[in-house]
Every structure is written in C-alpha cells, then in structure tokens.
Design a protein around this ligand. Structure first.
Ligand SMILES: [Zn+2]
Ligand SMILES: [Zn+2]
Length: 237
C-alpha cells in the first residue's frame, strides 16, 4: 500500500480538527447535509465494495457473526464517545473532568477500526472508494472532537496534542491491516467482518440522526443521500 494513503488517513481528521480551532459551529443546516452525504457514501461503499470482500473470501466461517459483533462493539464505543464519531457533540455540564479520558479511549479504538477497511481497497484493486469514504467520514469526526474538547474547557495546546495523537490512530489501523495480511490473513478477515458491522452502525446512525426526527427527509437531504450513493456506485464498481 502506498505511503500517501497513510498521510490521507492522518490529514483528514487532523484538518477537520484544526478547522474547529478557527470556525466554531454556527449554522447546522449545511453541515448536516454534508453529514448525510458522507453517511450515505460510507454506507454504500461498505455494501457495494467491502461486504463482497468479507463474504466472498471464503477465509472465515461465520463472517456474519463477526459483523453482528462489530455492530454491537460500536454501540459500546458510542457509550464512551457519546456519538462524537457521528460528527455531532452533546455536552452536559455534569461531566466529570475524567470524561476526556473516556472520550479519547472510545474515539481512538473506533479510529483504529476506521483505518482497517481502507487496506482492502488499496491492496488489491487499487480502488480508492473506501479511502475517500473514510477521509470524508473522519473530517467531521476530527472537527467534533476538537469542538467537544473546547466545550470541556480543555486548554488549546492540550487539545492540539490530543488531536495529533488521535489522528495517528487511523493510519495505525491501516498499518495493522497490512501487517496481518502478511502474517495471518485469517485475523485480517475477522477484523474486516468486525469493521463491516461497525461501519453499518456508524453510517446508518449518521443518516438517521441528521433528519428532523419525524422520519421526513427534505429534498435537499434526499439529494445529498442520492448523490452519496451514486458516487459510491460509480467508484466501487
Ligand atoms: Zn450520534
Ligand atoms: Zn470514525
């Protein structure tokens, strides 16, 4: 796998986070449309590209069980991060200062899993759809992390260090995938299936959260979701 791919995986969350030091969230509308687009794109790339890798390899039995486990693993991680990986942030004032450690632990484990599927596209077919879907997913993720750290009154310098460390984790996930591909491909296939479930959870949550709560999509949102899926179709096939 080319080295620039690690760089992209580092830069996406890092740039998203850096933006948050300069632009505080104000208008939610356009931002939510971007989230809908990124959610639809990630979901579609997973279904069109990544799931065929998981289920057609024949390397693991019961791949579906691992997919389910990944789905519930993400549910647990979300309890630590309070949904930061969806690109939004809710802070209640009763948070203990130690909440920062919980958030960092959750988002770093999640981020490690984010890096793994990128290897699947880059390694064999040189298909960049998963890389671009992940990069697009990690921009708002990094942004939300820095906004949250600010709301928790963490010093800017400390936030910056935490952002830097967190941005290193997704490339580390991709490196781990490359390592297991050489050493033990079976472990890699299990990781792929886990990540498949994790992505299903994250991407569908992003899609459903960015609606009004009344199960009514606006035309703009339908367009954003349609565009995301179409782009995934065109780049995955
Ligand atoms: Zn959420
Ligand atoms: Zn993520």
């Amino acid at each position: 796998m080319d080295n620039w791919i690690y760089l992209v995986l580092f830069l996406a969350p890092f740039l998203g986070g850096t933006l948050a030091f300069f632009f505080k969230p104000k208008v939610e509308g356009k931002y939510k449309l971007l989230l809908s687009f990124s959610g639809a794109y990630l979901f579609s790339v997973a279904v069109l590209h990544f799931f065929s890798v998981i289920f057609s390899s024949g390397h693991i039995e019961h791949a579906g069980v691992y997919v389910l486990l990944g789905f519930f693993l993400q549910l647990l991680l979300e309890q630590l991060t309070r949904g930061l990986e969806h690109g939004h942030f809710h802070v209640h004032h009763d948070h203990h200062p130690s909440f920062v450690y919980t958030v960092m632990l959750g988002i770093c484990i999640h981020s490690f899993f984010d890096g793994i599927p990128v290897f699947s596209g880059e390694h064999h077919g040189h298909n960049h759809s998963m890389l671009s879907a992940m990069a697009l997913h990690k921009l708002p993720e990094g942004y939300a992390l820095v906004v949250l750290l600010g709301l928790l009154n963490i010093k800017t310098s400390t936030s910056f260090i935490l952002l830097f460390l967190y941005s290193l984790v997704a490339p580390a996930g991709a490196m781990a995938a490359s390592y297991f591909d050489n050493q033990n491909p079976q472990v890699l296939m299990i990781l792929y299936a886990l990540v498949g479930g994790l992505i299903l959870h994250v991407s569908t949550t992003i899609l459903f959260e960015s609606e009004s709560g009344q199960h009514r999509f606006t035309y703009q949102k339908i367009a954003a979701v349609g565009l995301g899926s179409l782009l995934a179709y065109l780049t995955s096939i």
